[in-house]
Design a protein around this ligand. Structure first.
Ligand SMILES: [Zn+2]
Length: 199
């Protein structure tokens, strides 16, 4: 998930009051709430366009199952089940923040999904829709906001991903270094105790 600084930066840029954005970010990222990704977001992946599908089917008919690149281009589709969402206690809570709260919520969700997509192994085109249409106008507004800030958003998200990966790598190195020095210490201790014994 992108850091809160990223969420806050774009909420502010979208004109959402920062206090509301912060509250909503906390609400979403507090334990348990992120479950809505599993409950309200239906995820599916499909090959991109008829030509690609046709080509993949042709290759499959020849017995070729995997071809580098080609069958990796997909559309990842998220269908937000808004009819179900409006019956949830989370929505009841969200409603108390008004229009801006809803906007902050959907912006947070979009940014999370973009980040998730960027971390993925496949080349995927992201599509997020409100299949039941209750919040479609928020989706359109956020989509056009994201489109007009696309490179800045992607840049921030990538910086974030890289920073976290580096941090993980450093931790990993530290762990390995500690293991090696422990082993060395152990061997030295044994060596010295052996020599003391011999003497
Ligand atoms: Zn999040």
């Amino acid at each position: 998930m992108p850091s809160w600084e990223i969420h806050e930066k774009y909420a502010k840029l979208m004109g959402i009051p920062i206090e509301i954005a912060k509250e909503i970010d906390k609400l979403i990222d507090s334990s348990g709430i992120h479950d809505f990704y599993d409950i309200f977001l239906e995820r599916s992946s499909k090959p991109r366009d008829p030509m690609t599908i046709h080509y993949i089917n042709y290759l499959k008919s020849l017995g070729i199952r995997r071809l580098f690149g080609i069958n990796k281009i997909r559309v990842r589709n998220y269908n937000f089940k808004s009819s179900l969402f409006i019956t949830s206690p989370f929505y009841e809570k969200l409603k108390t923040y008004g229009e801006d709260g809803l906007k902050a919520f959907f912006l947070h969700m979009f940014l999370d999904l973009i980040e998730r997509n960027e971390r993925g192994k496949n080349v995927e085109i992201l599509e997020i829709i409100d299949g039941d249409y209750h919040f479609a106008r928020y989706f359109w507004e956020i989509e056009s906001f994201i489109n007009s800030n696309f490179y800045s958003i992607l840049g921030d998200i990538w910086k974030d991903i890289k920073r976290r990966r580096d941090r993980k790598t450093i931790k990993e190195f530290d762990r390995i270094a500690e293991r090696i020095s422990n082993r060395l210490k152990h061997q030295l201790e044994r060596y010295f105790s052996d020599t003391t014994f011999k003497n």
